[in-house]
Design a protein around this ligand. Structure first.
Ligand code: GCO
Ligand code: MG
Length: 403
């Protein structure tokens, strides 16, 4: 089955998505996601200039060989742009393989280990009271796992808490990056107060999560993790930027609060030390950024032997296509932990017809063949690309911080 053409479709049904469509001489086609939020056009150029020309005529059935050809063959290995391009191609090829087998993707991965996959959604508030109300509402809507974030009093909204941040649907369409303000000193005592109020309000029969978005040092995280122990979080996410992975040893020595890391990782090498030293509990890699289904499978199998569970990244900028691939992997994977699913705009659902569905606090794959997600190119044409940036963060004195 030869690859005859590959299209790259860029569209913005609320935020930008880069979608790969691979056509074959047998009439089957596959869809992949290659979106890197805020740097979309770099992946488009990489695909158009350096990937598509060398794949035409290749056998679409040889997924592993094509993965290695793009990874080893570039000479310049790894990195978010290269790996998103590889991911887009890989997801589309798995879609084709499953369609050729006339099976849903999870079946060719090894079949179902579970019928539905647990998700978590986001709640943010400008005040603790607002966040508590939001969590109660999600709980009433049937969610079993909820991520809770709150703004720092006296400062503008921070990540996950207000309209200028990543949380807003379509809020990424900004001419220049929005600048947020950060204070570790004010944040550290605030978070335990939030979770105390949350436990008082919703009790213990719900998983609560929190994302620190790479802003603390290891010893600050150790303190926060200890202070949060009474509230039994499902996890504390990205407490420290994970470039210096040995620094997580210090966190581990001090707290039993579970740790989740990895949404910005793109290969198994980024995960290797954190997993093999058992410094984390959940690995957050996702199909669109970590090498597609091929990359995820390899990382999650490696994680399984160290008691680390999966938790695929799934915010709004991970498209419904990558969500489809993730959900099929989640359904098969023995060491599945949880799937992030923060929902999409109506226009996004319309542009990507999908067989996966949300059922309360869970996602189901559906039984469509392939990964079950398509792209409606007519709808895509109505939502042209708009240059967009993620916010940036500065400390109160103006120093650049991790956003
Ligand atoms: C999460 C993430 C996202 C990222 C976003 C950047 O946990 O879902 O932190 O919200 O900020 O994907 O593009
Ligand atoms: Mg995160």
């Amino acid at each position: 089955m030869k690859i005859t053409a590959i299209k790259v479709i860029v569209a913005s049904p609320g935020r930008n998505f880069v979608t790969v469509k691979i056509m074959t001489d047998q009439g089957l086609y596959g869809i992949g996601d290659a979106t890197v939020n805020g740097r979309e056009m770099a992946v488009v150029a990489y695909l158009q200039e350096h990937v598509i020309p060398i794949l035409i005529g290749k056998d679409a059935a040889r997924i592993e060989d094509i993965w290695q050809y793009l990874y080893k063959g570039a000479y310049w290995r790894r990195g978010p742009i290269t790996m998103a391009a590889i991911s887009g191609v890989d997801i589309a090829l798995w879609d084709i393989k499953a369609k050729a087998a006339n099976m849903p993707l999870y079946q060719i991965l090894g079949g179902a280990s579970r019928d539905k996959v647990m998700i978590y959604q986001h709640v943010g508030g400008l005040t603790i009271e607002q966040t508590v109300e939001g969590v109660i509402a999600k709980r009433e809507a049937g969610h079993v796992a909820i991520r809770a974030q709150v703004s720092i009093p006296g400062l503008p909204p921070i990540y996950g808490t207000g309209p200028s941040t990543d949380q807003a649907a379509g809020g990424m369409v900004q001419a220049l990056p929005v600048e947020e303000v950060w204070s570790t000193h004010k944040y550290l005592p605030l978070v335990p107060k939030l979770f105390q109020k949350l436990r008082d309000a919703v009790g213990w029969d719900v998983h609560l999560l929190h994302d620190t978005h790479h802003r603390l040092t290891p010893i600050e995280t150790a303190r926060l993790g200890k202070d949060l122990e009474p509230y039994r979080l499902f996890w504390l996410e990205d407490p420290v930027p994970a470039e210096l992975q040995e620094s997580f040893r210090l966190i581990r020595q001090h707290t039993t609060t579970p740790i989740a890391v990895g949404e910005v990782f793109n290969t198994i090498w980024d995960c290797q030390q954190l997993i093999s030293e058992q410094l984390i509990d959940y690995i957050r890699v996702t199909s669109v950024h970590a090498g597609g289904v091929t990359g995820l499978r390899r990382i999650f199998d490696f994680a399984a032997i160290y008691h680390v569970r999966s938790a695929c990244h799934g915010p709004m900028d991970v498209s419904p296509v990558a969500m489809g691939a993730n959900v099929h992997v989640d359904r098969w994977l023995p060491n599945f932990g949880i799937q992030e699913y923060s929902g999409y705009t109506e226009a996004t659902h319309e542009m990507f017809p999908h067989s996966w569905q949300q059922e309360g606090g869970f996602l189901v794959t559906g039984e469509a063949i392939g990964h079950g997600v398509d792209i409606d190119e007519k709808v895509a044409a109505r939502h042209p690309y708009k240059a967009a940036y993620l916010p940036v963060a500065r400390a109160e004195d103006g120093t650049m911080w991790s956003w």
